[in-house]
Design a protein around this ligand. Structure first.
Ligand SMILES: *[C@@H]1O[C@H](CO)[C@@H](O)[C@H](O)[C@H]1NC(C)=O
Ligand SMILES: *[C@@H]1O[C@H](CO)[C@@H](O)[C@H](O)[C@H]1NC(C)=O
Ligand SMILES: *[C@@H]1O[C@H](CO)[C@@H](O)[C@H](O)[C@H]1NC(C)=O
Length: 333
C-alpha cells in the first residue's frame, strides 16, 4: 500500500463496498486492447521453496480498474497460499483507529490555532466548495449503491479541523471529482485483504502503523505549510478553470496494467500527492519542494524497504513450511 493513502483507506473502510469480484469492469481498457492471458505482464515474483512463496505488487486504486489485467497465475498464487501478509493489517480495527489517531492534532488543538489565517480561510472555503459539489460529482452507480454525498463528505472530511496539517493536505488532494467518482469500490490492496479474510487465510502485517505514520508527521512546520499552500493553489486554479491537473492516477493504472514496473516505481504511487516540484516555482520554493521530496523518499521508500526486507526474511526463516503471499505496494518495492 502506498504510504500516501492510509486516510483514503480509513474512510473507504467505513463505506459500503461491493464484496464480490466484478469482472469486466467499466473502463478496464487501458493498456491498449485487452491483451491475451499469455501476453499479460505481472507483478508476481516467486520464492522457490516448498511450498513456494510469492511477492505480489499491489496498487492503491479501485481493484475493478486493474483486476482483468492481473494474470491468472497471480490469482492462482494468491489462492494457493495459506498465509497472506500485507504492509499493514487493513482488516484489523486497531490498525484503522491507530491510523486515525496518528493523524490528529494533540488534544485540545484544532487547525484554526495552528495554521496561518490566510491558509486556514482558504482551506475552509475550499472544503465548503467541495461539499457543495459532491452531489454533482457522484455517479448514478454510486447513488444506486446507497452512497450519499453528505455521508461521503463526512466520512472523508468530517473532522478536518482536528487533523494535522499534513493529513489535511493529503485529504484535500484526494477530494477531486475523479477521485470522488471512484469511491465505494475497494482499492486492490484492501480487496485482497478482504478476500484473504473471506477465504479464511491466515493474515499478518510486516509494519506497524506508527512506522508509516510518523515520517509524515516528521515534516517540519514550514515544509507542511508550503505543501498545504501549494495544494490549495492547485485546487484553486482547478476551481477557476485555469489548470488541468495531469491525472496521475490514470497514468499509474495504465502503467500497472501494461506491467510497466519502472514507470510505476518512478511515479512513486503519488496519485494522492501533488507534485510540488513545479518548473514555474521560484528558486527558493523549488528547493523546499525538493527537500520535501527527498525526505519522503528516504523515509517512506528506502528506510521502509530495508525494514520490510528484514521482516520478510525473518518470517521465511522462521516458518520454512509455510506458503506465504506477500502483497506490498508495487510503487515502493
Ligand atoms: C525545516 O527543514 C528545512 C530543511 O531541513 C530547514 O531548512 C528549515 O529551516 C526548517 N524549518 C523549521 C521551521 O524548522
Ligand atoms: C503561498 O504561495 C504563494 C505562491 O508561491 C506565496 O506568494 C504566498 O506567500 C504563500 N502563502 C503562504 C501563507 O505561505
Ligand atoms: C506551479 O506553481 C505556480 C506558483 O506557485 C502555480 O501558480 C501553478 O498553478 C503551479 N502549476 C501546477 C501545475 O501545479
Amino acid at each position: 500500500m502506498s504510504p500516501w493513502s492510509w486516510f483514503l483507506l480509513q474512510t473507504l473502510c467505513l463505506l459500503p463496498m461491493g464484496a464480490a469480484p466484478r469482472r469486466g469492469a467499466p473502463g478496464a481498457a487501458n493498456c491498449e486492447l485487452k491483451p491475451q492471458q499469455s501476453e499479460l505482464n505481472s507483478f508476481l515474483w516467486t520464492i522457490k521453496r516448498d511450498p513456494p512463496s510469492y511477492f505480489f505488487g499491489t496498487i492503491h486504486v479501485p481493484y475493478t480498474r486493474v483486476w482483468d489485467f492481473i494474470p491468472d497465475n497471480s490469482k492462482e498464487a494468491f489462492l494457493q497460499s495459506s498465509t497472506v501478509y500485507f504492509e499493514l493489517d487493513l482488516t484489523d480495527p486497531y490498525t484503522i483507529s491507530a491510523l486515525t489517531s496518528c493523524q490528529m492534532l494533540p488534544q485540545g488543538k484544532n487547525l484554526q490555532d495552528v495554521l496561518p489565517r490566510d491558509i486556514y480561510c482558504r482551506l475552509k472555503r475550499h472544503l465548503e466548495y467541495v461539499k457543495l459539489m459532491m452531489p454533482l460529482w457522484m455517479t448514478p452507480d454510486q447513488r444506486g449503491k446507497g452512497l450519499y454525498a453528505d455521508y461521503l463528505f463526512n466520512a472523508i472530511a468530517g473532522n478536518w479541523e482536528r487533523k494535522r496539517p499534513v493529513w489535511v493536505m493529503l485529504m484535500v488532494n484526494s477530494l477531486t471529482e475523479v477521485d470522488i467518482k471512484s469511491r465505494g469500490v475497494p482499492v486492490l490492496d484492501l480487496f485482497l485483504a478482504q478476500e484473504a479474510e473471506r477465504l479464511r487465510k491466515q493474515t499478518g502485517a510486516v509494519e506497524k502503523v506508527e512506522e508509516q505514520c510518523h515520517p509524515l508527521n516528521g515534516l517540519n512546520f514550514s515544509q507542511v505549510i508550503f505543501a498545504l499552500n501549494q495544494t490549495l493553489l492547485q485546487q484553486e486554479s482547478l476551481r477557476a478553470g485555469s489548470l488541468q491537473i495531469p491525472y496521475t492516477t490514470e497514468d499509474l493504472i495504465k502503467h500497472y496494467n501494461c506491467g510497466d514496473l519502472s514507470s510505476i516505481i518512478l511515479s512513486h504511487d503519488s496519485s494522492q500527492v501533488p507534485n510540488f516540484i513545479n518548473a514555474t516555482l521560484p528558486p527558493q520554493e523549488r528547493i523546499t519542494a525538493q527537500e520535501i521530496d527527498s525526505y519522503l523518499r528516504r523515509e517512506l521508500i528506502y528506510k521502509r524497504n530495508e525494514r520490510i526486507g528484514k521482516r520478510v526474511k525473518a518470517l521465511l526463516e522462521e516458518f520454512p513450511d509455510k506458503g506465504f503471499f506477500f502483497a506490498f505496494g508495487a510503487a515502493s518495492q
